[in-house]
Write a protein that binds this ligand. Structure first.
Ligand code: GLN
Length: 447
């Protein structure tokens, strides 16, 4: 009830929720009370959480912030959602995002812009902007987001919360609306690192319904937090600490490095030589996969249909023209072009090769260090409208997060200070594949 009141009081300004599930939330809170009284509570029993509107939820509208899905009520829960429910979580509602998770500012939503709780003239970041803003504005204890090129870590950084992108394969993508399937991962946004460890533990693990989920044991992440970081080697990639990096970001990150050194870690310079190709490589692979994934929205099986009665092809075209927003259309065109015959080898295949080199950079660096530390974003949260006219500028907001998705490994964004004008700044800790425990314990020692 306290969270529902808080949402009512603040969400007219913030705009984090697309759908509020008042009745079902109160009912599952009652069920949680009963479970607590019976003495069989699980890790999340009675904890009020909310979900990016990309997670399909049985009986609750799931829009992906797109007009093309504004009437879509899924018949099933995805695996991460089912796991949260099984542990007794109370699901408050579905959160705003960039349409189909394409964006870095939450301005590409058919349901309005989300405002940064720290300064409402600024963006919360994206695409999981609602998920970050809801935690920052205390409208949920924790939330789930997805991260294809930075969509958990970048908004977490802009809103002053913790956000973790697990290793590709760590969390099931079953029931998560696909953007770029070889990059998408599910992860938590939370107030602190301990909550993050609890949330990851709740959703991680093998799922036969997702052929890319990996059958590895899930460590006790909370226990890992107590291990300390004496002797831990922290790599500082020279390609990330460049001229032109925002001064406030540089200062906060430098201070965090000094703190980690005092805590017993050993900073070491490393090199990730293919960094400069990451954004170009990402925007070929992500758009190619998106153009294929989004072919399913044809107005036939579910979602919006516009049919003026001039035949099947015309119905597809009208439905897609009316249903998709401008950024989604841009990406479908870019991706279709990159995959088309005659261009496939030059663009898509080449990008896949570059991706392998980027992954290899990280694996090589992890022979020398246990964790890699970088900024999360090149600037603090920017003003609403500042970058909407220039998609390329917007694409560059993810320059430090995208390589981690291409490498398929894990990264966490942890608050590490404020800019001079009072906006939160995060640092990124990148870990070896499936070694979320080490980035969590490092983040926890720092925090
Ligand atoms: N901003 C990046 C993009 O638009 C990343 C989005 C994401 O991680 N979902 O593709």
């Amino acid at each position: 009830e306290a969270f529902l009141t808080r949402i009512q009081l603040t969400d007219a300004q913030i705009g984090a929720y697309i759908t509020l599930c008042e009745e079902p939330a109160l009912n599952s809170a009652d069920a949680a009370d009963a479970r607590l009284a019976a003495g069989n509570a699980a890790a999340l029993t009675g904890i009020p959480l909310a979900l990016k509107d990309i997670f399909v939820t049985a009986g609750t509208r799931t829009t992906c912030a797109s007009r093309i899905l504004d009437n879509f009520i899924p018949p099933y829960d995805g695996t991460a959602v089912r796991r949260l429910r099984e542990q007794g979580a109370v699901l408050l509602g579905k959160l705003n995002m960039d349409e189909f998770a394409m964006g870095s500012s939450n301005e590409n939503s058919a349901f309005g812009t989300v405002r940064n709780p720290w300064n409402q003239a600024c963006v919360p970041g994206g695409s999981s902007g609602g998920s970050a803003a809801a935690v920052a504005a205390r409208q949920a204890v924790a939330t789930l987001g997805t991260d294809t090129g930075g969509s958990i870590r970048q908004p977490a950084s802009h809103c002053g919360v913790v956000g973790l992108k697990p290793t590709y394969g760590r969390v099931s993508r079953y029931g998560v609306i696909a953007y770029a399937s070889s990059l998408d991962q599910v992860g938590p946004l939370t107030r602190d690192v301990e909550d993050c460890a609890i949330m990851l533990g709740a959703v991680a693990g093998y799922d036969p319904a997702d052929s890319t989920s990996v059958n590895l044991p899930v460590p006790d992440y909370q226990a890992a937090l107590r291990q300390g970081i004496k002797g831990l080697r922290i790599g500082l990639p020279r390609e990330y600490f460049i001229e032109g990096l925002d001064k406030d970001i540089r200062q906060c990150v430098d201070k965090a490095i000094a703190t980690l050194r005092e805590l017993g870690a050993e900073p070491v310079e490393v090199s990730l030589p293919h960094t400069e190709y990451a954004v170009a490589c990402y925007y070929l692979i992500a758009t190619a996969e998106a153009s294929s994934n989004l072919a399913r929205y044809d107005g036939v099986r579910y979602g919006r249909r516009v049919d003026e009665g001039r035949g099947l092809i015309d119905m597809y075209m009208q439905s897609r023209a009316a249903g998709f927003g401008p950024e989604v259309k841009r990406r479908i065109m870019l991706g279709t072009y990159a995959l088309s015959s005659g261009y496939y080898d030059a663009y898509y295949l080449k990008a896949q090769k570059v991706r392998t080199l980027i992954r290899q950079d990280f694996l090589d660096a992890f022979h020398q260090v246990d964790v890699i530390l970088t900024p999360v974003a090149p600037t603090p949260a920017f003003r609403i409208g500042e970058k909407t006219a220039d998609p390329l500028q917007m694409y560059l907001s993810d320059i430090f997060t995208i390589p981690v998705n291409l490498a398929g490994t894990c990264g966490i964004s942890v608050p590490c200070g404020f800019s001079r004008n009072g906006l939160p700044i995060g640092m990124q800790l990148v870990g070896r594949p499936f070694d979320e425990a080490t980035i969590l314990k490092t983040a926890h020692a720092y925090e």
